[in-house]
Design a protein around this ligand. Sequence first.
Ligand code: URP
Ligand code: ZN
Ligand code: ZN
Length: 465
Amino acid sequence: MTTLISGGEVVSPQGVTPADVLVDGETITAVLAPGTAQTLGLVPDKTIDATGKYVLPGGIDVHTHLDMPFGGTFSVDDFETGTRAAAWGGTTTIIDFPVQKKGGSLQEAVDTWHAKADGKACIDYGFHAILADVNESSLKEMDVLVDQGVTSFKLFMAYPGVFLSTDDQIMQAMYRAADNGATIMMHAENGAAIDQIVTRAIAAGHTEPKYHGLTRPIALEAEAVGRATRMAEVTGAPLYFVHLSSGEAVDVVAQARDAGRNVFGETCPQYLFLDESDLARPDFEGAKYVCTPALRPQEEQAKLWRGLRTNDLSVVATDHCPFCFVPDKQLGRDDFRAIPNGLPGVEHRMDLLHMGVTKGEIGLARWVEIAAATPARMFGLYPRKGTISPGADADIVIYDPQATQTVSAQTHHMNVDYSVYEGWEFTGRVETVLSRGEVILADGEFSGSPGRGHFQQRSLSQYLV
Ligand code: URP
Ligand code: ZN
Ligand code: ZN
């Protein structure tokens, strides 16, 4: 089965080029000057007219939490609903996080996640592993998982007693990663210091959602970023900071990058578009915006956009971790500490970043770079994913930059009862999505099936010098 996508403008990190894209089966076979297919007498089985549209490599969201146990409940999108929603938003690959239990093994975590995804995922997926219990045996397992294509490990400097790794544990994991080539992903917030602020807030009777933000200051994010950066310097481990939320944190990353270190930063749409005032919404509505790190003062947004332009931030991922307002977020009605942390967002990343393009924050080429090409290179999926080139998987999005849409929980495809972007007007919309050559979304209809997504064995990060 051959498909020709004709008349569109192919967007890549190198720029925007009018080109036709030929797909054979699951693979891109040619990127042709417009009209060449006809000149050569090629007769595809199917032609998709992309005139006036952008043709993009499918988005790669390297930070999702599907069906994840957290705070006494589970994130409400599973691999079926979460990957379907991702596809609606132009994402064709996700990387999710199996969670090691305390006392449990990394392999158990990965096996559990395979069982969650198998038969359900509508798009391709990979795994990073959360190291919640760094010990001799889990350190050895890191090597085994690298061989299975799980080549990155998330550690937490936050959540004492739950996920937090102490500095000695972080050093051990980093030494292991320096040896086996894996990337350490870091949740950088000084959890022990934050807990002291939280204790004081609760003692003063401050239980509302806004105190989630007020007790997690930027200084303690920047401190943790600095500490982890220095530990990576000493151990030689490649280090990728997840969900950076502040200019101070980006400055620390920039300093390490300027010194030539393998230190990388990710931010998320919620830090680019939402702010701490959302956490202060009345009637407990602020709980909808509780995520960690917390939403910041609005002035941080410009610093994050700048970091994206300068490549001190290299990737935008969603940290999609949805909990319903009712009942899940209600767990913390009387105490913000009990509000499950996380926001829904897997469906809106490509559109929100396109809004960044229309607002002049980034260019079209950078949009594709931070949303598809760099995530693929960073996490060992390139050139199978993240590019429109011969030989790559035909994961392709046809994007209409003129279309408009209004976001609402009534119409979104995530399995969650609210939207943090409720009522927002977006300019731009995904029109058609191909996943490994199969049209899974077109004409406002999703036609992909659960279970068609394949697990992606990843190689090591392709940014390592
Ligand atoms: O609030 C968040 N970010 N929830 C998901 C877990 C994490 O720390 O990434
Ligand atoms: Zn985190
Ligand atoms: Zn996360």
